[in-house]
Design a protein around this ligand. Structure first.
Ligand code: ZN
Length: 88
């Protein structure tokens, strides 16, 4: 008896079973999504996530820098090192 092995994705929570393959919105590759809301293939999803975390890191660094500039404008005895060790 022949049968085509099919991958069935079952979440632990018992939500969806088999999801239809989609095309990644970024690179266009066909992939089977791990969840109904994923829009990108695992490779792109990882990349996007990494970029996002880099972006937020960059942003918080930028905010600290701004705070530092503000503080040192108010009080020139304050050094940047006192609020997180940012070097210019
Ligand atoms: Zn992709």
């Amino acid at each position: 008896m022949k049968y085509a092995p099919r991958k069935v994705y079952v979440k632990e929570s018992g939500g969806y079973a088999e999801l239809k393959p989609k095309n990644c919105t970024v690179c266009g590759v066909e992939y089977v999504p791990g969840s109904a809301i994923s829009k990108d293939c695992p490779v792109c999803a990882k990349k996007i996530q990494r970029e996002k975390s880099n972006e937020s890191k960059r942003r918080s660094r930028e905010q600290k820098r701004m705070a530092c500039i503000e503080l040192s404008a108010k009080n020139d005895r304050l050094t940047c090192n006192s609020i997180g060790g940012i070097r210019f």
